[in-house]
Ligand binder design. Structure first.
Ligand code: 5AD
Ligand code: SF4
Length: 476
């Protein structure tokens, strides 16, 4: 294999060694400060990238000697890893942080910390500083790997700690990870975003696009597969532009092939793709690689070309549809397509919204993630006139959901009686079937079986397709 080098600011090993030393120092401090092993509660909001960051946070805390709890008011350390993508997510964080005021007052030895995308916005950090004086530590998205040193400062110093450098971002390799599951794992392959879609806060809070070296990703994937992991999801804001900063250049399609070549029975997923960088080569790679799930999450946001332009998405409805049609041509019925949509972008008219409706009718997505536009401070769209009232946007959203419900129900019918290799990932909901699995296309299948099947692939025959889930039984 070629030797790839990232032309980017990889955190030097010496800095990570310093953090490892801080882990030991924190361990000592907390053993003196608390009577028994202190517990940490890490609360994660938002996307899988945040879930992956929280797994690193837990990995470092584990090394520092913390145990873990899901009960905030049982913990000696509560960390809120926040999301800034919509206002609703931010409101929830403020509500939940505020709810800990009394707990902190009664237990002054408890440390309360906030991190993640919300904290990377100066006006939010300022609000925490001013109105939430019981928050001890705030750190931004570019210094997650420095948590041991920051926590040491918060535990031993008299002042509150705010560390939110505004940089283009770094890559920190070798930070310990404590994964939530052992059979399914997230691997971030790139960080940041350069697209600056006009509504989106992500490029401002996550820095510039930077890709991990393929050797590092392959090493992590191999270790996971060897330890029995069955499903690996490759993560990035825009995985299709993976490798642009690498020398020599390596495409996402090439990376997928390298991971597909790892020996073992496992499945590869990836998200999120951007239509502007989604190539025919990538779709061909998906079709050809047996371990790559035939699930394409390709957000289109709007079906109208004027709105797409105002969103700065850099593709047209026609280009999107031609990609989808090519993917369908290559992968046929085995392909499942999902998407993200924004309803009520500033200036969008009902006529323009109807182009989104007609696009979903044409593509027939398996399912959709739909959002009403939420203005984000500092983004260009937040400056645009937005005359449509919220109730009207709500009506459009309901119309979209009703249309998709019919499409989903119709789509699912084609699976009746068919048998799929599914990954059994957990127990079913109380009162329902005992287990839940997912098809290659990421559709949930509920069925009855022994708990020992969790963490394995099983062939399941669909007995009853519902609108969003399938019911099935173990195949004979
Ligand atoms: N308002 C509403 N939805 C948004 N998204 C991103 N920014 C906003 C916003 N300001 C949606 C997009 C994106 C998904 C992760 O969140 O659909 O694909
Ligand atoms: Fe936001 Fe667009 Fe980047 Fe996705 S591609 S994170 S929507 S700016």
């Amino acid at each position: 294999m070629d030797n790839f080098a990232a032309k980017t600011s990889t955190v030097p090993k010496i800095q990570l060694d310093i953090q490892r030393d801080y882990c030991k120092k924190v361990k000592k401090v907390i053993s003196q400060k608390y009577d028994s092993q202190p517990l940490a509660c890490v609360v994660t909001y938002g996307c899988q990238q945040n879930v992956a960051d929280s797994e690193k946070i837990k990995g470092m805390l584990n090394e520092m000697g913390y145990g873990f709890t899901d009960e905030r008011t049982n913990a000696q350390l509560v960390i809120f890893n926040t999301c800034a993508v919509r206002e609703h997510a931010e409101d929830r964080v403020f509500g939940n942080v505020g709810a800990l005021k009394k707990y902190k007052h009664e237990n002054p030895g408890v440390i309360i910390a906030c991190c993640g995308c919300m904290m990377q916005q100066p006006h939010i950090a300022e609000k925490i500083k001013r109105s939430y004086p019981f928050v001890d530590l705030v750190f931004g998205t570019h210094v997650v790997h420095e948590l041991p040193g920051l926590l040491y400062k918060a535990l031993t110093g008299k002042k509150r700690v705010f560390e939110i450098p505004d940089t283009d971002g770094v890559i920190a390799e070798g930070v310990p990870v404590l994964r939530d599951e052992d059979k399914r794992a997230w691997i971030p392959i790139m960080y940041g975003c350069n697209n600056f879609c006009s509504y989106c806060i992500v490029p401002y809070v996550r820095g510039r696009e930077r890709s991990r070296e393929p050797q590092q990703i392959l090493k992590e994937a191999k270790e996971l597969v060897e330890s029995g992991c069955k499903e690996i999801t490759l993560l990035g804001q825009n995985v299709n532009s993976y490798g642009k900063n690498l020398e020599p250049r390596v495409t996402f399609a090439r990376l997928l092939r390298m991971i597909n070549d790892i020996d073992g029975d496992f499945r590869i997923r990836f998200m999120t793709s951007h239509p502007k960088d989604c190539t025919r080569e990538l779709l061909e790679t998906m079709a050809q690689c047996d371990k790559v799930a035939k699930h394409l999450h390709l957000p289109f946001q709007s079906g109208n070309n004027r709105v797409l332009k105002a969103m700065n998405r850099n593709y047209t409805r026609e280009k999107y549809l031609s990609l989808i049609n090519y993917a369908k041509e290559l992968m046929g019925d085995s392909l499942s397509i999902t998407s993200d949509i924004i309803v009520g972008f500033p200036g969008e008219t009902y006529e323009e919204f109807k182009d989104t409706l007609s696009l979903i009718e044409e593509v027939k997505f398996t399912s959709l993630f739909t959002f009403i536009y939420s203005p984000r401070k500092g983004t260009p769209a937040a400056q645009m006139p937005d005359p449509v009232p919220a109730e009207e946007k709500g009506r459009w959203l309901r119309e979209l959901l009703a249309a998709q419900e019919k499409i989903s129900a119709e789509n699912m019918k084609k699976y009746a009686g068919k048998t799929f290799k599914c990954f059994v990932y957990g127990k079913g909901k109380p009162g329902g079937h005992s287990l839940e699995a997912r098809t290659d296309g990421n559709i949930i299948v509920e069925f009855d079986g022994d708990e020992s099947l969790i963490g394995t692939f099983k062939d399941i025959t669909v007995t009853e397709p519902l609108t969003y889930v399938l019911k099935g039984r173990l195949a004979e």
